[in-house]
Design a protein around this ligand. Structure first.
Ligand SMILES: NC(=O)C1=CN([C@@H]2O[C@H](COP(=O)(O)OP(=O)(O)OC[C@H]3O[C@@H](n4cnc5c(N)ncnc54)[C@H](OP(=O)(O)O)[C@@H]3O)[C@@H](O)[C@H]2O)[C@@H](O)CC1
Ligand SMILES: Nc1ncnc2c1ncn2[C@@H]1O[C@H](COP(=O)(O)OP(=O)(O)O)[C@@H](O)[C@H]1O
Ligand SMILES: [K+]
Length: 493
């Protein structure tokens, strides 16, 4: 009987191979694991695709193909119509895949004889963890045909063509209706474009002991409340507003004040006890006209900021949303270098010519800087990382965090949160309608509120990203940044 896994661990294909070896080394029967995997695939295919007139199992030359042979046998045993096609050479003699192929007792036809037809459900067991180079044209042609005919595809481990480490498509890929993977999610299930090609994902326990998984898993997890919930402030009768943190948000000039107000109101809604908008004199009127619970303070110069910073109760800052004046931004950051700071938008761009100036100011002491770049902003500070095709989004975020001594929130539908110490999270609860003007400003304010409350920077950022996705889901399609703020749920909802 197959069991689903609810762990948040994300395991790279290389770590999966190591777990595999450790399992064999500890005396586990590797064919039994393949049997569990392939049988789960067969059962899910039967249960989820009752409309199939024919199951077409496409088997590759490795163990992914081995899972396919087991699945074919399982489906055939239930009386389903099953057709089997094999790509390339027969699996290496003596291995598990060869054993699965002979146990299946069906002679596979050659891959290039496959003609898709209406009513087919494709079980894609071509390549999984061992996918190592772009798919060849013969395979790409079949993938395109199946996609064009809109035939349902159930992929084994990963949609073939998707790189499990990076989520990138190499050459061409299937677009799966469902994907069945084993032990834990791989990066390619969560990073784009892989995530969009997986369809619904089942993560199946095939009997590898948890201790072996934990021993080889790294510091990469899916972002869930379990990751940061322990660090979230719990309210009780002894609390007062200053204990809940005082967040300061810097406003842009008179014609660009909205972004900072969004961040400020999101900060308040996310649980900061007080939020003050630090505004240029010329923008005070515009800001005052729109603020109620958020307080207002005129800050124009470095001197004024320096004096204000004597108030140590101001426990976190957000600088960047529509800030505009990059020279002023650099000066303000220098004054804020020993404080807890979310740097977004123009605050990031301000350091494009000499990022080291920024990084050096946060190099010692506890991690207290959170940066929230989208792709464009990331490339401004980390051009080499952005351009390196060998790196996944996770690799890029971790390398950037190490270099900058900051928690990096590398935004997008697959936001990655990385800490300088190597921990990383991939977020997966963000609905696409978060792609709207001002939504990033709201996120910056939310993270700022968590920093103001005293959460460690990594957890503060992770909680912000997750609650942002949660609020977006609650606000629904058609939301604006304003209604997003209204949909922010309490930290312990
Ligand atoms: N981990 C576990 O515990 C368990 C793992 N299990 C399963 O094992 C799978 C991993 O198996 P795997 O390592 O044999 O790799 P797999 O994905 O079959 O590919 C390797 C083969 O494909 C070939 N090949 C690669 N790219 C190609 C291309 N573009 N075009 C053409 N050929 C290409 C490559 O050729 P080569 O590079 O060696 O020349 C090699 O022959 C995993 O995804 C899961 O399904 C389950 O059984 C349960 C237990
Ligand atoms: N397709 C998408 N699916 C889910 N979330 C998205 C998508 N596109 C953008 N987002 C999220 O929306 C926010 C947009 O932020 P940003 O790019 O800074 O926009 P803005 O500057 O307009 O506020 C980020 O949190 C990002 O992760
Ligand atoms: K596959």
């Amino acid at each position: 009987m197959m069991r689903a896994i609810h762990s948040s661990a994300i395991i790279s294909p290389a770590q999966m191979t190591a777990i595999d070896r450790a399992a064999a080394g500890s005396g586990l029967d590797s064919f039994a694991l393949m049997n569990a995997a392939g049988s789960a695939v067969g059962e899910i295919a039967l249960r989820r695709f009752p409309q199939a007139l024919r199951f077409v199992v496409l088997c590759g030359p490795g163990n992914n193909g081995g899972d396919g042979y087991i699945a074919a046998r399982r489906m055939r045993a239930s009386g389903a119509c099953v057709a089997l096609y094999a790509l390339g050479d027969a699996p290496a003699a003596g291995g598990d895949a060869a054993r699965a192929r002979s146990a299946c007792a069906m002679a596979p036809a050659a891959f290039d004889t496959f003609v898709p037809r209406s009513g087919d459900v494709i079980v894609d067991a071509l390549f999984g963890a061992g996918f190592s180079r772009p798919v060849c044209e013969d395979v790409a042609v079949v993938m395109r045909k199946v996609t064009a005919m809109d035939l349902p595809v159930l992929s084994v481990d990963l949609p073939s063509g998707v790189d499990g480490r990076t989520g990138a498509v190499r050459g061409e890929s299937f677009t799966a209706a469902r994907t069945v993977t084993f032990v834990a999610r791989k990066p390619g299930h969560l990073l784009l474009p892989g995530r969009m090609l997986c369809g619904a994902l089942d993560v199946i326990d095939i009997g590898i002991p948890r201790r072996l998984v934990d021993a080889h898993a790294g510091n990469l997890r899916k972002n869930t409340p379990a990751v940061w919930g322990q660090e979230a402030m719990v309210l009780n009768a002894a609390v007062h507003k200053y204990k809940r943190g005082h967040l300061a948000v810097f406003s842009g000039g008179p014609l660009s004040t909205g972004a900072a107000r969004l961040a400020a109101s999101a900060g308040l809604a996310s649980g900061a006890g007080l939020v003050t908008l630090a505004s240029p004199e010329l923008a005070l009127q515009a800001n005052a006209a729109h603020l109620t619970a958020v307080m207002l303070k005129a800050i124009d110069t470095a001197e004024a900021l320096e004096t204000w910073l004597d108030d140590r109760r101001i426990s976190a800052f957000v600088l960047g949303p529509a800030f505009g004046d990059v020279e002023k931004a650099r000066g303000f950051v220098t004054l804020l270098r020993d404080r807890r700071l979310v740097l977004d938008a123009d605050g990031i761009t301000a350091f494009r010519d000499d990022p080291a100036v920024l990084f050096d100011q946060f190099a010692t002491g506890p991690t207290r800087l959170v940066m929230t770049p989208h792709d464009g902003e990331f490339a401004r500070l980390f051009a080499d990382l952005a351009q390196d095709p060998a790196l996944s989004k996770i690799d890029r975020a971790i390398a950037a965090a190490r270099r900058s001594h900051a928690v990096i929130v590398f935004k997008g539908a697959d936001t990655v949160i990385a800490d300088p110490d190597g921990r990383a999270l991939v977020n997966a609860n963000a609905p696409p309608w978060l792609a709207t003007a001002g939504s990033g400003d709201v996120l910056a304010g939310m993270i700022g509120a968590h920093l103001a409350q005293g959460m460690p920077a990594f957890e503060a950022a992770a909680a912000g990203v997750w609650r942002h996705g949660d609020a977006g889901t609650l606000a629904g399609e058609g939301m604006t940044a304003e209604t997003l703020v209204q949909a922010i749920r309490p930290l312990h909802a």
